[in-house]
Write a protein that binds this ligand. Structure first.
Ligand SMILES: [Zn+2]
Length: 348
């Protein structure tokens, strides 16, 4: 069989829109709701939510074989307001360990608990070159010295509180999405690229009038960046789980932006040998450009499910993402390869 064509315009358009929906872990509901709305057009899918807020889409088909599941996460790195300083600026507590130098001078939205949002930007507390001279480059980029300057008239804690801002409010960094020459440059391609891959695969299969060969669950997770996204919520009759998450690109890695990768082992140990070989065979059969790789500083939602006692065969595939957890970049070739791999897995 040959795989149905991918609507690449749809894939990029959906991805760009999703990247522009803010969704730091703990505040990912807008992105979950966005994906839910998109998937609701496919009448083949039964949609539900876990109590934790993850989205589950089931494509039910008649089959003697047990169902499979694919998972990807919409939550991203971010921060919350830790402290309102006496000068009205904000100290932050980071979500998912974002590295400070990667967001210095970035624009942010502060979302208040009453639904307002306030614009601002991240700066070092010795930002002015004319005030601090060389000290600006020597100041350590850490929780102590990084602050949010609000684009609102405030010079005191009281005035900032009067804007509706409170301790614990969500702070989302601008993704800065740009599409050029087949490259998609943005924060948080990890893992919105893979959510787009899953949605584009579902659309291609549905548009071609096809169905998966066995029932499939699509688990869109909302707490991955803190380690427990898919720990619960994948039904116990699921026999195989394919985690779709970014592949690591950089020095010493096999992965690149123009291929999809099968991760054989990461920081959490090896994946499932049998399912790995099944994924390799599917890639070979359908001429999908793929690499195999080992990731060092990496754990996945599939492993979260294993740690929580999930009894499934587990694999991890995904497109190569350059400069992950930094200012990331993907290429259409890697996104298409991953989408094709998902389709091959579902259809073959
Ligand atoms: Zn990820």
């Amino acid at each position: 069989m040959s795989l149905p064509a991918i609507n690449q315009e749809y894939l990029v358009d959906f991805l760009v829109k999703l990247l522009n929906v803010t969704s730091p872990t703990g505040f990912a509901e807008p992105a979950i709701a966005f994906v839910e709305k998109e998937l609701s057009q496919f009448k083949q899918l039964e949609l539900s939510r876990t109590r934790k807020g993850a989205l589950v889409a089931k494509w039910n088909v008649e089959s003697d074989q047990p169902p499979v599941a694919l998972t990807a996460h919409v939550d991203t790195l971010g921060a919350v307001v830790k402290e309102i300083k006496s000068n009205g600026r904000l100290k932050l507590s980071r979500i998912g360990g974002i590295q400070w130098p990667t967001v210095e001078t970035e624009g942010v939205w502060v979302f208040t608990s009453n639904g307002e949002k306030v614009r601002g930007s991240v700066l070092i507390d010795t930002a002015s070159g004319h005030v601090h001279g060389a000290a600006g480059s020597e100041t350590p980029r850490n929780d102590e010295h990084m602050e949010v300057r609000l684009d609102a008239r405030t010079t005191s804690e009281k005035e900032t509180r009067e804007l509706g801002i409170n301790i614990g409010d969500c702070v989302a960094f601008d993704p800065r999405v740009e599409v050029t020459n087949g490259f998609v440059r943005s924060r948080f391609l990890d893992d919105k690229a893979c959510v787009a891959n899953i949605v584009a695969a579902i659309k291609s299969i549905a548009d071609a009038g096809l169905s998966p060969v066995r029932s499939a669950y699509f688990f869109i997770s909302n707490y991955e960046e803190v380690g427990h996204g898919a720990a619960a919520g994948i039904p116990s009759d699921v026999a195989e789980l394919v985690t779709v998450d970014m592949a690591v690109v950089g020095k010493g890695q096999e992965s690149d932006e123009f291929s999809a990768t099968l991760c054989v082992k990461d920081g959490g140990g090896p994946y499932h040998f049998g399912l790995n070989n099944k994924m390799r065979a599917l890639a070979e059969k359908h001429n999908i450009p793929y690499k195999t790789d080992v990731y060092v500083f990496y754990g996945s939602d599939g492993e979260a499910f294993w740690h929580a006692g999930g009894d499934v065969a587990l694999a991890l595939i995904g497109p190569g993402i350059d400069a992950s957890h930094n200012y990331e970049r993907a290429h259409m070739d890697g996104l298409v390869a991953t989408t094709n791999w998902i389709m091959a897995y579902l259809l073959d």
